[in-house]
Write a protein that binds this ligand. Sequence first.
Ligand code: ARG
Length: 271
Amino acid sequence: MDATSQRFLMCRPTYFAVDYAINPWMDPTAPVDVDLAVRQWEQLRQTYRDLGHTVEEIAPVPGLPDMVFAANGGTVIDGKAMAVQFRDPQRADEAPAYRAWFEAAGFEMHDPKHVNEGEGDILLAGDVLLAGTGFRTAHASHAQLQEVFGYPVVTMQLVDPRFYHLDTALTVLDERTVAYLPEAFSPGSRAVLRRLFPDAVHATLADAEVFGLNAVSDGRHVVLPAQATGLAAKLRDRGYETIGVDLSELRKAGGGPKCCTLRLRQGKASQ
Ligand code: ARG
């Protein structure tokens, strides 16, 4: 299996907090250790660097505790960046901050017409854009994504509020394969996943509950929460190298490694 060197965007959790609850994992009464969150995040960044990936950083903004979840900052494919529009007002101000970063970095900008939470819900799998809906990203945004990026968009209906973003229920392993939690999807979406990815890895609820599917793969190495031991074993059986990371503090906000990581895809030649 070949690893592809990646370019990622991350945001240090300097102002991380759980001040509000917009998903079932968030409990604003539970204490959060920001220093530990930063150390865990630095460990994730180091893991990517050790794998030979490039990590760019966007400056964190005070008062935006969820800005660490860079996957929600946009969708970036073939040098085009689609900005985001959050469902919840608490995260609204993250959108212009990320938009400004993409613009300064020279990406061709596109603005969302509907709620669209970026790579949290929009995942490129080979030549197909898998697009989640049900909790955050609006179904109406899927047509715009197809128009902007020119990849066929396949709608994935999420049904379990614990797996509110597509990237909590499904991970793209390489051009041909994904891993997912079947029960997080509607029956129709499950049938589509079976049709598109007959060799997919099926995760258990226990692995999904520790954000095991919130993983980042370069085609060979899969970075995933250390607690997702069952999924890691299945992936190793398939020939992937797994690297466990501990993001227990960020999990208190309902996020894992993939949530902290936005893939920046340049033109096809220089992905
Ligand atoms: N607290 C954040 C929210 O609910 C977590 C976002 C996690 N990001 C992700 N890509 N799944 O919006």
